[in-house]
Design a protein around this ligand. Structure first.
Ligand SMILES: Nc1ncnc2c1ncn2[C@@H]1O[C@H](COP(=O)(O)OP(=O)(O)O)[C@@H](O)[C@H]1O
Ligand SMILES: N[C@@H](CCC(=O)OP(=O)(O)O)C(=O)O
Length: 397
């Protein structure tokens, strides 16, 4: 049975962390863009097999398709156009999965049930729609129940820039939320999170333990990535804050460090441990808070802001002073107080046109409008208030 803890420290990783999401970045997988690093993949797979044998459920989030595909197609630079990126992802993804499967078979032991891998390619839409989100969750749970290693990547061949997840650190955090993982391990090309980018500041010091969501983390992780990877360190600390919503702690560690996963399992103090000390959210609110893009903004008066923050109420149109964006019923919108601070976000009940004609109106004034007569703009159940949020969604362009 899975033991769920509100937070884990290093010693407890050894004893209690039973479901791990492991994310491996492109720079590691492709040896900084030189093609798939088969020896490194063999070593991670060997370690994953050892984790499985000791009873740990593992989900792998693997980057590398674009970089590996570009190398196979003989390109010397990372693709910049959408079409080239989609083609490279298609070529690289099959090479990636083929290599994982081969390495898993190398690790087979006579008399033991083999661990097969199952490819899961997700898009932003799979995580935005509640139905598809739950469907993805049930597919992943089924794979784990069947002793399969799910290997997840974004479906870059059909994603396009306006609606992609963008980086696999975010994807790994969403998967951690989806599966209530105990631990998210992000393997990268540095020893962990430093107090400044070690590529630019060789004297930078490694941070061994920090709290998810601490504001200073975003400041020190602000520099760019390796050039092969896309997210950089900023995406990793934001992913840790997102993962913390399901009580999932994160470790950022160097994937080139020998037996890194087994050493983490033993509770060794390598990498940066990011404690999940943020308040956890119920599963449905986590899905809501995890939306990556908002379709519009509602500006609230002070009474409505208090009703949401202090009284735990639903949002009524009487307290909305202005709107932005062309949102539709069911879309995610941001709610801002009169000072312009985001205080909540939720799924709106009406199209923007209906909201626009209902601004400031009370229930008796709305009674004659069939599309607005129900009176509630965002129901409490579809709303997450800001003290529980830590990751900003971006607005749609
Ligand atoms: N404070 C920091 N600590 C460590 N690395 C940092 C920091 N700020 C920026 N970076 C950069 O982030 C890079 C890792 O991110 P990225 O290239 O996206 O890797 P991956 O492919 O593993 O996702 C490092 O190579 C490093 O140059
Ligand atoms: N989905 C892309 C990877 C995107 C990504 O986040 O890369 P990285 O920053 O190296 O983890 C791919 O497979 O190439």
């Amino acid at each position: 049975m899975k033991i769920k803890l509100p937070e884990l420290s290093r010693e407890l990783v050894q004893l209690k962390a039973q479901r791990w999401v492991i994310k491996i970045g492109s720079s590691l997988l492709t040896d900084d863009g030189r093609g798939l690093n088969v020896d490194a993949i063999r070593s991670w797979v060997r370690q994953i097999l050892a984790l499985r044998r000791s009873g740990i459920e593992v989900v792998l989030v693997s980057s590398g398709s674009v970089s590996a595909g570009a190398q196979r197609l003989g390109w010397t630079e990372r693709p910049t156009t959408l079409q080239a990126r989609q083609a490279a992802a298609s070529v690289g993804q099959s090479a990636l999965i083929h290599t994982y499967e081969e390495m898993l078979r190398e690790g087979d032991r006579p008399g033991e049930v083999p661990l097969h891998c199952g490819q899961v390619l997700l898009t932003h839409d799979d995580l935005r729609s509640r139905r598809r989100y739950l469907n993805a969750r049930s597919a992943l749970r089924t794979l784990l129940d069947m002793n399969v290693l799910p290997i997840i990547n974004e479906n870059d061949t059909v994603s396009y820039n306006a609606i992609n997840l963008g980086d696999n650190d975010t994807l790994a955090a969403v998967v951690s939320n989806l599966l209530d993982a105990d631990l998210l391990v992000i393997l990268t090309d540095q020893d962990g999170l430093f107090d400044a980018d070690p590529r630019c500041y060789p004297d930078a010091r490694l941070l061994t333990e920090v709290n998810a969501g601490a504001t200073m983390l975003e400041r020190i992780a602000g520099g760019g990535g390796s050039g092969v990877g896309t997210g950089g360190m900023l995406a990793k600390v934001r992913a840790a804050a997102r993962a913390a919503r399901s009580g999932t702690s994160t470790i950022i560690a160097n994937g080139r460090c020998e037996n890194v996963l087994l050493r983490l399992q033993r509770g060794e103090a390598i990498g940066t441990f990011i404690h999940a000390r943020l308040p956890t959210l119920a599963a449905r609110k986590r899905w809501l808070a995890g939306h990556l893009r908002a379709h519009g903004t509602l500006h609230l008066d002070i009474g409505a802001a208090h009703a949401l923050l202090r009284d735990g109420g639903s949002l009524l149109p009487v307290g909305v002073t202005a709107i932005e964006g062309k949102f539709r019923r069911g879309d995610l919108v941001l709610c801002k107080d009169p000072f312009g601070h985001e205080i909540a976000r939720g799924l709106v009940n009406w199209d923007a046109l209906v909201v626009a004609r209902s601004l400031g109106k009370n229930s008796s004034e709305l009674a004659g409008d069939p599309e607005a007569a129900e009176g509630v703009l965002i129901h409490r159940d579809n709303l997450v208030v800001n003290d529980l949020l830590s990751v900003e969604p971006t607005s749609l362009p």
